[in-house]
Design a protein around this ligand. Structure first.
Ligand SMILES: *[C@@H]1O[C@H](CO)[C@@H](O)[C@H](O)[C@H]1NC(C)=O
Ligand SMILES: *[C@@H]1O[C@H](CO)[C@@H](O)[C@H](O)[C@H]1NC(C)=O
Length: 359
C-alpha cells in the first residue's frame, strides 16, 4: 500500500497525534513523551535568573556517545556533578577507588575526567564531596583514630581535594543528620562530635578562599525536624564564624509526595544568610510506569522547579543524572525507578515538560 504522510491518516481519523519527542524515535510502549521543543534547560534556567541547570554524571557512563552527546550540550546542562569519582572511595571500584584509598595517597584521575569534561564543555562543576558517612575506606572507619588524628585526616582530605579542584562549589559535608534531626552517628561524629563539620568547612575554605562551601542533605527539602536541625546547625556555625555559604537540598522525591513546604523552607534557609541549591533531583515511582504516574511526575518536577524559581536565593538545579538508564534508584529501592526526565533510551519524558513549565 502507498505510504501516506501523518496529515493524511490524521484526516482519516486513524492517527490522532504525532507523539514522538523532538528528534527522538517514537516511544516503545504507548507511554506519553515530551512535547516541548526548547533549546535547552540550562538556557531556560539562565533566562529565569538562575545560575545553571545541571546533571550528575559518572565515569563509566561516558563510553556511551549517545549519552555524552546530550551531556556535552551546554545549552541543556550548564553544570555537572561527579556522582562518585570525587568521593573518598567509590562504590563500585570503577573510579580508581576514588580520591584517597590509602591515608595520604590521593588519586584524582577519575575526578579529573569529570572536571576536564566540564571545562571543555564550558559547564560549572560541583565538587562532591569531602566528608560523608558512606563510601569510606576501611582505613578511616576501622583506624581507631583519636580526636586529634581524625581532625588531621579531615583537614588533609578537605584541603587536598578542594585545593586540587580550585574555584568550585563544594558539598563539603554530606548528610550529617538522621531523619529525626539528630546527628548521624558515624566515625566523625562519634570521635569529634559536631565539631567535625566546622573542621571540614574551615579546611575547605582555607584551601581555596574562592570555593563556595555547602552542606548537603536529603529530607530537608520541606519543613520538619531534620530541616530545623540543619537551620540550627547553620546558626551555630555562623555564630562561631565558620564559613557556611550554601545548603544543598538533595531532593530525591517520590511521585506524588513532593513536600508542600518547599518554598517556605527555602525562605527560612535564605533568611539565615545561605544560598540554596537543588543538588540531586529525581522523582521515583513504583514500577511499571503508567501514563498517570508520568503525568504526576511531570507535575512534581514542575513543582520543584517553580519553588526554586520563587526563591531568589535558590541558585540552580541539578538532576541526579538525566536518564533512567543510569539512575541510582533501581539499584537502591527495589521495584522503583523511572525517576529521571529522560527514559532509558534517552527519549524525553513528560517530566522534561514539567521542568520547562516550572521555569
Ligand atoms: C563530549 O565532550 C568531550 C570533551 O570535549 C569529547 O571528548 C567527547 O568526544 C564529546 N562527546 C560527544 C559525543 O560529543
Ligand atoms: C547507549 O545507550 C543506548 C540507550 O540505552 C543504547 O541503545 C546504546 O546501545 C548505547 N551505546 C553504547 C555504545 O553503549
Amino acid at each position: 500500500m502507498t505510504i501516506k504522510n501523518a496529515a493524511f491518516w490524521t484526516a482519516l481519523g486513524w492517527l490522532t497525534s504525532v507523539a514522538a519527542a523532538p528528534g527522538s524515535p517514537s516511544a516503545a510502549a504507548s507511554l506519553p513523551v515530551s512535547t516541548s521543543n526548547v533549546a535547552g534547560l540550562h538556557v531556560l534556567a539562565k533566562q529565569a535568573g538562575k545560575l545553571y541547570f545541571g546533571t550528575a554524571t559518572d565515569n563509566p557512563e561516558l563510553t556511551n556517545t549517545s549519552y555524552t552527546a546530550i551531556l556535552n550540550n551546554s545549552q541543556m546542562f550548564g553544570q555537572i556533578t561527579a556522582a562518585n569519582s570525587m568521593k573518598w572511595v567509590s562504590a563500585t571500584g570503577l573510579h580508581l577507588d576514588a580520591t584517597e584509598p590509602q591515608q595520604g595517597v590521593f588519586t584524582f584521575a577519575a575526578g579529573d575526567v569529570i572536571a576536564n569534561l566540564a571545562k571543555q564543555n564550558g559547564q560549572l562543576l560541583r565538587g562532591h564531596n569531602c566528608v560523608w558517612h558512606n563510601q569510606l575506606p576501611s582505613w578511616v572507619t576501622a583506624g581507631n583514630f583519636n580526636a586529634a588524628q581524625l581532625t588531621q585526616i579531615i583537614q588533609t582530605r578537605c584541603s587536598t581535594l578542594v585545593g586540587h579542584y580550585k574555584g568550585q562549589v563544594w558539598d563539603v559535608v554530606n548528610e550529617p543528620f538522621n531523619d529525626d534531626g539528630t546527628f548521624r552517628q558515624d566515625v566523625f561524629f562519634n570521635t569529634l562530635g559536631q565539631n567535625y563539620i566546622a573542621t571540614a568547612l574551615n579546611a575547605a575554605k582555607a584551601a581555596d578562599p574562592n570555593a563556595k562551601v555547602y552542606i548537603n542533605d536529603f529530607n530537608i527539602e520541606g519543613t520538619g525536624a531534620k530541616a530545623t536541625s540543619m537551620k540550627n546547625l547553620i546558626k551555630s556555625l555562623k555564630s562561631q564564624g565558620v564559613p557556611i555559604e550554601g545548603i544543598g537540598l538533595q531532593s530525591h522525591f517520590i511521585v506524588g509526595e513532593v513536600p508542600t513546604t518547599l518554598v517556605q523552607n527555602m525562605q527560612e534557609f535564605a533568611a539565615l544568610g545561605v544560598e540554596i541549591a537543588i543538588t540531586e533531583l529525581d522523582v521515583r515511582m513504583t514500577l511499571p510506569e503508567t501514563a498517570a504516574l508520568l503525568a504526576q511526575q511531570k507535575k512534581d518536577y514542575e513543582t520543584v522547579i517553580a519553588a526554586c524559581q520563587a526563591v531568589p536565593q535558590c541558585v540552580g538545579i541539578t538532576v541526579w543524572d538525566f536518564t533512567d538508564k543510569f539512575s541510582w534508584v533501581p539499584g537502591t529501592f527495589a521495584g522503583q525507578g523511572a525517576a529521571c526526565p529522560w527514559d532509558e533510551n534517552f527519549v524525553r519524558k513528560p517530566a522534561f515538560d514539567g521542568i520547562v513549565a516550572g521555569f
